[in-house]
Design a protein around this ligand. Structure first.
Ligand SMILES: [Zn+2]
Length: 225
């Protein structure tokens, strides 16, 4: 399928993705060329810009993105290859109609928490102000963020993700791999991803702090007077 992307659309889309890429790169969220970003430009037919495979995402070049369709292949003449996980972006756009941007990063906190809660199938987080960052405003809201196994076969991985995602929680974790977060546009997807990462770090630090707290004061050399 060949589709003509208007030059203004191309420029605007790549500009937005570059801004997000630079922000995330500065945080070290793309270790070893991992991670990928996409932004939807059309729903019918589905067309989105996605990061090209194997590029150093701390740099900006003219060959960082390509435009692909529902089947994850390029909709225009290009020598670039889409990220290996483009099929996951596509399945998220197909399943969550309101998704307009999908961001994927590998971080230590999202990997550690996905392993801790992997057997349970979801990460449970409650009573945290930043849950509102995910657009969930109920008092005392608790989150159950789905975790799927890290299938090497991307169609299998995409099918597993399709089974567990819905519009109530804008993200899914892949065990010992990373997170996919989305939103209606680049701004919202970025906010969601940042909220998830904050919540994961908070949860991990809280668990550690609770463990240290379980040590008696005398073990820490503190004298109670
Ligand atoms: Zn990945």
């Amino acid at each position: 399928m060949t589709i003509f992307i208007q030059p203004e659309t191309r420029q605007e889309t790549i500009g937005k993705l570059n801004e997000v890429k630079q922000t995330f790169a500065a945080r070290g969220w793309f270790p070893g060329t991992s991670g990928n970003l996409s932004l939807k430009v059309s729903s019918h037919p589905l067309v989105f810009a996605v990061t090209a495979s194997g590029k150093d995402k701390t740099k900006i070049t003219t060959e960082d993105y390509l435009f692909v369709g529902k089947d994850s292949t390029a909709v225009e003449e290009t020598t670039l290859r889409p990220s290996a996980e483009t099929a996951v972006h596509s399945i998220i756009y197909q399943t969550i109609a309101e998704a307009g941007a999908v961001f994927h990063v590998h971080t230590i906190p999202n990997n550690v928490i996905s392993e801790l809660y992997g057997d349970l199938g979801h990460v449970l987080i409650g009573n945290q102000e930043l849950i509102k960052g995910l657009g969930i405003w109920e008092e005392g809201a608790a989150l159950a963020i789905p975790v799927v196994e890290n299938y090497a076969d991307i169609p299998t991985l995409a099918a597993e993700i399709e089974k567990v995602i819905d519009s109530s929680i804008p993200g899914v974790l892949i065990r010992n791999h990373g997170i996919y977060a989305w939103g209606k546009n680049d701004f919202e997807a970025k906010r969601h991803l940042e909220a998830f990462e904050f919540l994961f770090e908070y949860q991990l630090q809280l668990m550690q702090a609770k463990q240290s707290f379980a040590i008696s004061p005398s073990q820490l050399g503190i004298k109670i007077v």
